[in-house]
Design a binder for this molecule. Sequence first.
Ligand code: NAD
Length: 340
Amino acid sequence: MKVRVAVNGFGTIGKRVADAVARQPDLELVGVTKTRPSFEARRAREKGYPLYLAGGGKRSEFESAGLTLAGTAEELFAKVDVVVDAAPDKVGRENRALYEKAGVRAVFQGGEKAEVAEASFNALGNFEVCRGKRFVRVVSCNTTGLARAAAVLAPAWGIGHWEATLVRRGADPAESKKGPINGILPTFQLPSHHGPDVRTIFPDLSIATTAVVVPTTLMHVHVNHVRLSRAPADAAAVLNAFRRTPRFHVFAPWEHADGTPQVMEYARDRGIGFNDMMENVVWEAGVRLEERDLYFFQAIHQESIVVPENIDAIRAMFDLAPDAKSSIATTDRALGLAVH
Ligand code: NAD
């Protein structure tokens, strides 16, 4: 029997997770919620997703827009095994009481504090820790990117200490009211909160992060310096480790994917999901090794990197896969990503 899933909050992350759920062989998308009519609500109906009313929204507004509602969010929660909460930052923690009342499990997103859930989740990093859990939080886009890279480097060579600077996008493409539109904004939290957030997945990892926000909507870029415990043979060994791992995409120099504009153009050419790039992007020319000191860049597509992680989180919670590798393979096959 398939696990029945609701998506509460049908915005940037929620609409992608809903599509990903609908494609999985062992999950059933029962419905999605909206607080008000919008083009996204219309798309939900066009895709045949039953639409439910959330967050104190007005039924009359949907009726005047000609959008049929299947009921209230509470009625939806009564029909499912798990809710993926994709409401805005900090609204998830308010929603938790609704999930408790309905007796359903829930997956929260990275805009919530770790305490919202029993455990934080990254598929390559700590799948087993989340097995059987009732409330799980998929960590943020930046933390997911760092955790995936840690899951490759730590078992192979050990991580002594990691310094990362996160060059963060100013807004998602549709967020026309956010910025900056000119300027570079240092994040005056030194070190930034991302390092401690990675430790919700790898508690013993020595990592310090800093961040700046820049006027782009395309992706984040991480500038990494990792002091490894043991020296890899050469930079090619590190690149091969990334290449062999699911959810990494390595660009060769001859591809001329010089930066995030070309990476996102590649994603549009490829046409998966919402033209998304769900993998950590690494450039062959952007990996350098000096004995135990590894320098590398990685780019993170903020709108989509957590999407496959939400699917694997559900599989861990419901014991639907023997291990992380098989869950990741099932998810990635259904999404059209490379399967390792
Ligand atoms: P969003 O604003 O694009 O979408 C949120 C949706 O929830 C909207 O459709 C909104 O109308 C709806 N909503 C508002 N109040 C609600 C309520 N009470 N109940 C149900 N739905 C409600 O936000 P997003 O970017 O999709 O972010 C969702 C979560 O994912 C946040 O925790 C965020 O930090 C996290 N996240 C976002 C990104 C990103 O780059 N966008 C990346 C990783 C994680």
